[in-house]
Design a protein around this ligand. Sequence first.
Ligand code: ZN
Length: 166
Amino acid sequence: MARLKVVQYPNPVLINKTQPVASVGDWERSFIIDMIETMHAESGVGLAANQVGVSKQIFVASADGVQGKELVYFNPEIIHTAGEIRDFEGCLSVREAYEPVTRFREVTLRAMNLDGKIVEVTAKGLLARIFQHEVDHLNGMVFVHRLGWWKRRMIFKKLEKNKQRF
Ligand code: ZN
């Protein structure tokens, strides 16, 4: 097991669309263990593979933080949505920002699970928000892209300032 380094926005790996996973093998299983360890170590509720520099359609989620109950999905897509809800959102790859984002209240995700089977999962509340946030990541979209231009501008300014410190 190894804790992975979480890349920070605007690293290009976060902006490029990720590649589908053909099947779940030893490499994928071992990578998932590292992703889960990293997510918990960073106190995150979700983590996409490109956030640790791997441009593949994989994400892990843990809405309740319970070890051993993490969700793992490959090639996820949102196939159904309902309602709207606005709530605060943060991201391990954009540490400077914690902002309200409007999301669908309920979503159905279709994805391949760890057994290589296609599953459909309907989620509400925090889990629905995590699904949307992580699918965005895998499509090369970071949550600040969903904010208004003024908020986005303020975040970019903060990022620039922090960069100059290093
Ligand atoms: Zn994120």
